[in-house]
Design a binder for this molecule. Sequence first.
Ligand code: AMP
Ligand code: MN
Ligand code: MN
Ligand code: MN
Length: 296
Amino acid sequence: MLLVKCDITKTITERPFGLFSMKYDLHCHSYFSDGDLSPSQLVEKAVEHSITHLALTDHDTLDGLTEARRAAQDTNVTLINGLELSCTWEGLLVHIVGLNVDPSNKTLQKAVNDNKSRRLVRAEAMFEDLEQNGIDVKESVGKQISNRGVPTRPHFAQALVEQGYAKDKKQAFKRFLVKGKPGYIPMRWPDLETVGNAITASGGVAVLAHPMRYKLTRTKLSWLLKDMLEAGVRGIEICTASTDKQQVAMLSDLAIKFKLLGSVGSDFHSNHQPWAMLGRVETLPSTLTPVWDAFH
Ligand code: AMP
Ligand code: MN
Ligand code: MN
Ligand code: MN
């Protein structure tokens, strides 16, 4: 019996690596936040792209995870429970992804509900601000969210496009949804510590999302990483849909220096955004410890 067991092990380890290759995408959005697809459609897409491990990481909500898990059940996709929480660090909006979280954890649920409330209050203020400029997007935003999702700026951008105030979402952001524009409401999100603690309390791993997006100098990024570590954030996205080789090398250096786990995620939102397609991310450099090593 023992012999047979050994034989099997040998056969498995000697198989060409490709047969067992894993493909991770640990950052994407469904229509429970600002994505276009349902969680089931996302899982279907993951199957099409041979993704073996998919984390659904909607903004400030866990509501899509049940459907995603059900959809992944009879597929080769392992669903990782995730989310993306907004926080404020030094006046800057920073996104922290939580991976392998327990959605039933009360501390995490409180952090999620706090951010949801902030979003609802902000949406009302945005409606008012836009109304004062003669623009009424209530119906369109309401229809998009349809009692399911949390209100996000992309919902407003879509409404503004539909009603002819901008040619595309990018222009809608530029004209209305950023600092100094008529639909912009400044936000105070919770601090890094609150968000990091909530994810950690739920058994998850907190990861800095898209570190290049903040346009920080290397020195300032190092400050963020240092503060992050103190807040219990243990990982950093290294390979995203938009990081080039040089950036991956720079981020990998920082990850090693700060002993951070490396993550990979496309931040997929929609089939209409070809620059961030599901699964289209480089593999993590082998010099780094992957974040999934910390999933238990
Ligand atoms: P919110 O969390 O509601 O403030 O919305 C932030 C989301 O808006 C991000 O996660 C992106 O998906 C999207 N976003 C941010 N800036 C832009 C932009 N300039 N153009 C299009 N989408 C954007
Ligand atoms: Mn988004
Ligand atoms: Mn983000
Ligand atoms: Mn995201």
